[in-house]
Design a binder for this molecule. Structure first.
Ligand SMILES: C[S@@+](CC[C@H](N)C(=O)[O-])C[C@H]1O[C@@H](n2cnc3c(N)ncnc32)[C@H](O)[C@@H]1O
Length: 275
């Protein structure tokens, strides 16, 4: 299996045990000029604290699907739940093994290919639902959960399409498709929460950081290369230019206005019903 290098980059730069957006209690009062790394990590801690408040009281065993680097699993383990983790990622497997010294069970596969050897009370999909094929994911969740068990998904879903190719419309599930598939596979939606506003300051900060530090540094680098190595800079510019511009389109992903236009960051608690 392979490594998701974008997620690895987040883990190595932010250096928190989480790979999600975090949760801001008072999003409107966040001042981007004064946000620091610790506040982002604190928001990530509040995210799992808030998300775990949706776990029903009769839950004891949890399968953390798309566990990332184990921050959520650690939090829930400390709350007394029996946790097992699952991810297809090689880097995350190493991190989980080192963090829990091999004491937390790790299933190294895509959820769609998981071969459950026991039934769990709850499946957690924290920012991993969008990576899992919709129908196969619900089918596997049915197989993996006990009767009356729960699927707690926290992720962003597309609620609006306008025929454009905006990057927000990629790599997220369609909200209506996701909810109808849940119903078709016998999952009843028993709670939902729209946490879009509580997650947007992280996106805003990402944009702020890139515009304030990364872009000026790149501009300076280009200026300096053109001045000192004009021929090489021209050749590299020709080769890299179009790719660089395509990458810059990805900046739309950090635009919270566009996020709101196309996506909602939802918490869904489903219960497996007998069909
Ligand atoms: C954005 S990270 C979220 C990590 C963690 N749940 C968190 O909240 O910090 C997405 C996770 O989903 C995992 N993932 C990707 N494809 C998957 C699949 N098909 N089945 C299960 N997990 C998958 C990734 O390897 C990663 O662990």
């Amino acid at each position: 299996m392979s490594i998701d290098h974008v997620l690895k980059l987040y883990s190595e730069t932010i250096r928190s045990p989480f790979l999600h957006y975090g949760f801001w209690d008072e999003p409107k009062s966040v001042d981007l000029d004064s946000v620091n790394l610790q506040e982002i990590k604190d928001a990530q801690g509040r995210y799992i604290e808030h998300l775990s408040s949706f776990i029903p009281s009769n839950v004891k065993s949890i399968l953390d699907v798309g566990c990332g680097i184990g921050g959520n699993a650690d939090y829930l383990h400390n709350k007394g739940y029996h946790i097992e983790t699952l991810s297809p990622d090689d880097f995350q497997r190493t991190v989980i093994d080192e963090k829990f010294k091999g004491e937390m069970k790790f299933h190294h596969c895509k959820f769609e290919k998981f071969d459950p050897q026991q039934k769990y009370d709850l499946i957690l999909e924290s920012e991993s639902a969008c990576y899992i094929k919709i129908d196969q994911g619900f089918e596997k969740a049915r197989e993996t959960l006990r009767d009356g068990g729960y699927l707690l998904a926290s992720d962003y879903f597309v609620h609006h399409r306008d025929g454009t190719k905006n990057p927000h419309l990629k790599s997220s599930h369609d909200m209506d498709k996701y909810l109808s598939s849940a119903a078709a596979y016998g999952f009843e939606l028993i709670k939902e929460y729209d946490q879009t506003e509580n997650t947007m300051p992280t996106l805003d900060y990402g944009k702020y950081f890139i515009e304030r530090f990364i872009n000026p540094s790149i501009e300076y680098g280009i200026y300096s290369a053109k001045k000192n190595y004009p021929k090489t800079a021209r050749i590299v510019g020709k080769l890299m230019g179009p790719k660089f511009e395509a990458k810059m389109d990805q900046m739309d992903l950090l635009d919270s206005g566009l996020f709101r236009k196309y996506r909602k960051y939802m918490i869904y608690l489903f219960q497996k019903k007998n069909v």
